[in-house]
Design a protein around this ligand. Sequence first.
Ligand SMILES: [Zn+2]
Length: 571
Amino acid sequence: MRLHTSSRLALLSVVLIAACSSFSGSGEGTPAPDTILFNGKIVTVDGKFSIAEAVAIRGDKFVAVGGNNEVRRLAGANTRSVDLKGRTVLPGLMDGHLHNAGGGPGVDLSRVRSMEELLAAVTAGVKAGKPGDLVVSNNDWHEAQLKEKRLPHLRDLDRVAPDNPVVLVRGGHEFILNSAAMRRWKITRETKSPDGGEIGRDADGGLNGELIDNARRLVTLPPPPKLTQETVLAQLRILNASGITSVRIPGSFIFGSDPIETWNMLRDLKEKNQLPVRVNYLLRILDYSSVEKVRETLAKWAIKPDEGDEWLRIGGMKTGVDGGFEGGLMRDAYAEPHGKGGQFKGIRTVPQDRYTAVVRELNRQGWRVASHAVGDAAVDQVLQAYAEADKDQSIKGKRWSIEHFFIARPDQFPRARSLDLVISAQDHLYLAAPSLVQYWGRARAEQVTPVRTFLDQGFLVAGGTDSPVIPYSPFWAMYHFITRETISDGVYGPNQRISREEALRIFTINNAKLTFEEAIKGSIEPGKLADLVVLSGDYLTMPEKQIENLKALGTMVGGRFVHTDPALGPN
Ligand SMILES: [Zn+2]
């Protein structure tokens, strides 16, 4: 037996699989498999977390999983056999909250590591245009990646761009402007922060350049370039290269792109059999002004809840009640100076009554709701609305979700459990830890996204990255959940560590459950869709530190390799 590991447990599991023949497809007259992968360490993520050596695939499904001999004897004349040479195979990885893979036409800040490099990138952007041209950045960067661990200030930008308006788009909640941009949109130190937004100020009341949440609406950016099928495909292929076979897109793909146009584009790609990733797509409510508006929008969209198939499906409706790192809505004030003397508790982007009315309407129309809630007070608002909707018509068993749930309080667990909620958790802390300390203080930041507690409290937790807010690597996210390490600031909240097995479930079968697809994907079992990833190392036994550097040597979706690394060798 050329098993990569000498683990007795692994061998025992293989025998168990063979013995209880969770094994099918060997009957008389059954066509031979198209593909057999053998000599692997196949982490099936079935109910018993069994390890197998080989899998057989016919069409788009697994037809057998077990020991080398049992599976290989199914081979027919035309079966392609691939020797895994002891490599570890996981079920295809799933990201439950991913917008896109990042990038874009603006100034690329994703790789800068210091203020100097950031300003150099802005300078290059200024020089590439004409004097007075607007310079905009892509949104896939965060100040926690900078040596200085702070945002650029308006004055920093003024130094390199005295005449060109500059708007740095950071994540999905914040812009940073220079003085020329403030002048262009007539924002002065006298301008009041709009409802649900915040104009950032220095201690003396002067503008610091930041526009948070609804304050961003004071600025009109040029429309993003037209999204094309090629752009969408290119984005999805990038994901394949890190082992991703399924994503749930929470309400917006490329920020600012029209959700229905994107949906139609994905549908076209699906009809042409070109999708390399399975997509669960949430639509998004942006306008909470009235229930009538919501009804109108839904009627205009004419899309049914859950319409679609295993390649592309509508997964529900995304809503949101608060900001992000800089605007999460808290029960207690922010750390100073952000707390402004105990006053600032974050940003409520929609009042409770209007939010509740919309959620109740969505429930009446049969929509499953997924709500962005970062702070503990935001979670309170969502729980209250969900509970009221539940009184109209039960939401139990419908897998409504809370997206992010950074700050959890013990009194919220029984309330969330009684509504059968799923928690969609990401690794923001991995990147943003030092900023979160500045905003919320060490104690709160330490316990951001308490996955251990969520699991101990009996919740279904589905994992994701929120890319491009956080880079899309599922291995980074798993590594962070396992170790609670952060990129630049050491371990946060070691009490929240989870096991490798738990992390793997969170990025596979639990995501399948979130989208009601656990019967067809999320584990390597006969009858399920043949989605898998061949890894560069043994996830279960390699030193912890190496998990974040794992690579996908091969990614298969529906029985077809959609990504292969040369290191996989000729097969
Ligand atoms: Zn998001």
